[in-house]
Design a protein around this ligand. Structure first.
Ligand SMILES: Nc1ncnc2c1ncn2[C@@H]1O[C@H](COP(=O)(O)OP(=O)(O)OP(=O)(O)O)[C@@H](O)[C@H]1O
Ligand SMILES: [Mg+2]
Length: 230
């Protein structure tokens, strides 16, 4: 069955797009992916070299005609809700032959999320909520995760919290929700994300943990690799 991965959260600037980009890069060589970019500034689409900030600022692109390796990309952002009417056709044209739908959404309440859910073929949903570990943000993240069915029409099969930019030990999460930590990396923070400069071993290890927890290593054909034990 087709898999759908939504990467989102309740707080801005927590690393959702960085994680989306690195997950996409792991999946892209073996799987056919439809990537829906609902990031405010189309970060992943830009990291892939498909659009530039000028195009986005000038609204000078259409939503349906982008491909990168095995990925089809629908760049929507949030500043371009005028393009929403192009979405259903672009989506239906592209979704049919895909193994995975991946969505990077800066905002959990983006209306495209529920529109996509209505159009979506049957798929298993993996929900990744990204947060920083500060207690208020973490609490809102857990609350949102537990009440996700009030915002989204499909119940997630798997839920995962990513605690990004951790500097100190984090306690186990309540309710046995699986989580992955990513350490704060000063250089990444200072320089920002670029396609070449986000390959920090600790981050890549966490990305592989995410793939493993969500059972995506299997669909990558890596059934007997060096699994980490939880
Ligand atoms: N582990 C980390 N250590 C240090 N800096 C990080 C880390 N993860 C992300 N960053 C930095 O945080 C900034 C925000 O990252 P990113 O754009 O992925 O966040 P986002 O959650 O997608 O933001 P938005 O809410 O605007 O969509 C980037 O400049 C990135 O370099
Ligand atoms: Mg983002």
């Amino acid at each position: 069955m087709m898999r759908k991965i939504i990467i989102t959260g309740v707080k801005g600037g927590t690393g959702k797009s960085l994680i989306s980009f690195l997950l996409l890069r792991e999946l892209v060589n073996t799987k056919r992916v439809l990537f829906i970019d609902l990031d405010n500034t189309l970060t992943v689409t830009r990291l892939l070299g498909i659009l530039h900030l000028d195009d986005i600022f000038n609204n000078d692109y259409n939503v349906s005609s982008w491909t990168y390796k095995n990925v089809s990309i629908i760049p929507l952002g949030v500043a371009n809700q005028g393009k929403l009417q192009e979405f259903p056709k672009a989506y239906m044209d592209l979704v049919e032959d895909k193994d995975i739908i991946m969505i990077d959404s800066s905002n959990i309440t983006n209306p495209v999320l529920s529109l996509e859910a209505k159009l979506s073929p049957q798929s298993e949903l993996d929900l990744i909520l990204v947060t920083t570990p500060q207690s208020i943000s973490l609490k809102r993240t857990i609350d949102t995760l537990l009440s996700f069915k009030t915002i989204y029409p499909i119940a997630p099969s798997q839920k995962l919290v990513v605690l990004n930019m951790t500097k100190e030990e984090v306690q186990e999460l309540q309710n046995d929700i699986p989580f992955v930590k990513i350490p704060f990396i000063k250089e990444l923070f200072l320089k920002g994300i670029s396609a070449e400069s986000c390959e920090y071993p600790s981050i890549l290890a966490s990305i592989r943990d995410i793939l493993y927890i969500l059972d995506l290593t299997k669909i990558l054909g890596d059934n007997n690799g060096n699994k980490r034990v939880y």
